[in-house]
Design a protein around this ligand. Structure first.
Ligand code: DGY
Length: 416
C-alpha cells in the first residue's frame, strides 16, 4: 500500500476519541462539524461503519430547531478556548451556538453509495437530520427567502480570519464581557493564527448571541455581523442536490420536491452574484448592502454546485491560473500580492487541501479535467513533501498550523 495512505489512516486512528475524530490533538480537541463530514468521506473509502459513526456522533449535537453546531464538546478538555462555559448553550451534550458549512449531506450521499442499499436503514436517520438542518438554514439564515444563506459569525464560514470579513468585522467592537484567554497560540506559532483583535471580535459576537439565548430570530435582529456568503451557499446547494437525490432514492417525493424548489432558488441567487469585472462570484454584506469584493477562494466555490456556461467557467479558470502562477502549492485562499495576502496566516493566503478538494470537484463538474488534475497533483505533492499539515504556505510549500490533521488525511485518500 502507498505509505502515505497508511499514514493517513494512522492519523485518523490517532485522532479518534470514540467514534468521532478530532481535527488534531490539543489545538482542536472536540468534534468539529465540517471536519467530520470530510473525515467521514475519507472513512467511506475503507470503513463505512466508522464513516457512519462519525456522522452519527455529530448529530448527537443537533439542536431541536435543526441546527448542527460547529463544535460538539463530547468530553472536557482544557486545551481549547472558547469552551462550553463561554458558549452557554442549553443542549444536553454541550455544543457551541453557531454552525459551519453544510458538507454533511454531500458526505452522506457518498457514504450511502459506498455502503450499498443494505445501508438504507442506517442512512435514513442521518438523512432526516440533514433535512432538518437544511430547513434550519433556509428559515434561520435566509428569512427573507433570497436563496443566499447568511453567516452571523466568521467561524461559521470555517474561513475564520479571511480577508472577506475585514470590512464587516471591523464594525464589531473589540470589547468583550468574556475574558479572551487564547489557547491556540500555545500550540501553534502566533504568526499563523488570527490576530488578538480578531479574537476579541469573535468573542464579542458570541457574547451578543448568548445574550439572545441563542434564539435565531433574536440573533438575526441583533447581529452586528451578517454576510450572505457565497462559499457556504454553494456548499449548501451541492449538499441540497445530494439530499434531493437521496430523497428520490428513498421514495420521499414530497421532500424531494421541497428540496428541489430550495435548490432552484439558490441556484438563481448564486448566479446573480457573478461579477464579470472581478471574474468571481461575491458574497453580500447584509448590514451595508455592499458586495464583498475581497479576493478570496470563496468566489470560485460555486463551480462545485452550478453547471456554468463556458464564458463564466473560462473566466474563473483563467483567474484561478493567474492566482496560482509561480506558486509552489495551489490554490491560495487570498489573491497573492494584494495588501491582505499573508501566505502563512491561516485563511489569509494559505492553500488548504479541503478547499482544493471542493475546487477539484467543481472543475471536473464544469468540464475542466486538466485544471482539476493540476490542482490535485499540487495538493498531493504538498502533502507527500510536508506531511498532513492543517494547511500549506503556497509560496514555500511549508506545512503550517496544526500537524497530523484529520481532514488533510481524508483529502489525501480521497484525491489519490
Ligand atoms: C478555532 O477555534 O480556531 C476554530 O476555527 C473555530 O471553529
Amino acid at each position: 500500500m502507498n505509505m502515505h495512505i497508511d499514514q493517513a489512516k494512522r492519523i485518523l486512528v490517532a485522532n479518534d476519541r470514540g467514534g468521532y475524530t478530532v481535527p488534531t490533538d490539543r489545538l482542536y480537541p472536540f468534534q468539529w462539524n465540517w471536519d467530520s463530514a470530510f473525515v467521514a468521506m475519507g472513512f467511506a473509502l475503507y470503513d463505512t461503519d466508522r464513516a457512519y459513526r462519525e456522522l452519527e456522533r455529530l448529530v448527537e449535537g443537533q439542536w431541536a430547531d435543526g441546527m448542527i453546531p460547529h463544535i460538539v464538546f463530547h468530553q472536557p478538555s482544557d486545551t481549547y478556548f472558547p469552551g462550553p462555559s463561554v458558549w452557554r448553550t442549553k443542549h444536553t451534550i454541550p455544543t457551541s451556538g453557531i454552525t459551519q458549512p453544510p458538507v454533511f449531506a454531500i458526505a452522506l450521499r457518498k457514504l450511502y453509495e459506498a455502503a450499498g442499499t443494505q445501508a438504507e436503514a442506517r442512512t435514513l436517520p442521518l438523512y432526516e437530520a440533514a433535512l432538518k438542518w437544511h430547513r434550519w438554514w433556509y428559515k434561520a439564515r435566509d428569512p427573507e427567502g433570497t436563496g443566499l444563506v447568511a453567516l452571523l459569525h466568521p467561524w461559521e464560514s470555517g474561513s475564520d480570519n479571511s480577508p472577506a470579513w475585514d470590512i464587516a468585522l471591523a464594525r464589531v467592537p473589540t470589547t468583550t464581557q468574556t475574558p479572551v484567554v487564547r489557547k491556540d497560540i500555545g500550540h501553534v506559532n502566533a504568526e499563523m493564527r488570527p490576530r488578538d483583535d480578531d479574537y476579541k471580535r469573535f468573542i464579542h459576537l458570541v457574547d451578543v448571541y448568548a445574550a439572545c439565548g441563542w434564539d435565531p430570530a433574536k440573533q438575526w435582529e441583533k447581529a452586528p455581523f451578517k454576510v450572505a456568503e457565497i462559499q457556504t451557499t454553494a456548499i449548501l446547494l451541492k449538499a441540497g442536490e445530494d439530499l434531493e437525490h437521496l430523497a428520490s432514492l428513498f421514495g420521499r417525493t414530497e421532500d424531494a420536491a421541497e428540496i428541489a424548489a430550495l435548490n432552484d432558488r439558490t441556484r438563481k441567487a448564486i448566479l446573480a452574484q457573478w461579477r464579470p469585472k472581478l471574474s468571481r462570484f461575491v458574497s453580500r454584506d447584509l448590514i451595508s448592502g455592499d458586495d464583498v469584493e475581497a479576493a478570496t477562494q470563496a468566489g470560485f466555490i460555486p463551480l462545485l454546485s452550478l453547471d456554468l456556461d463556458t464564458g463564466i467557467t473560462d473566466a474563473l479558470v483563467t483567474e484561478m491560473k493567474a492566482w496560482s502562477k509561480g506558486l509552489k502549492v495551489a490554490f491560495p485562499t487570498t489573491k497573492p500580492g494584494i495588501a491582505s495576502w499573508e501566505p502563512k496566516r491561516y485563511w489569509r493566503g494559505p492553500a488548504w487541501a479541503i478547499i482544493n478538494w471542493l475546487l477539484i470537484d467543481g472543475l471536473r463538474r464544469n468540464g475542466r479535467p486538466e485544471a482539476a488534475e493540476e490542482l490535485r497533483k499540487s495538493t498531493i505533492m504538498a502533502i507527500e513533501t510536508e506531511g498532513f499539515a492543517e494547511y500549506f504556505d503556497p509560496v514555500t510549500g511549508e506545512g503550517c498550523g496544526g500537524l497530523g490533521f484529520s481532514w488533510t488525511a481524508a483529502a489525501y485518500m480521497w484525491l489519490m
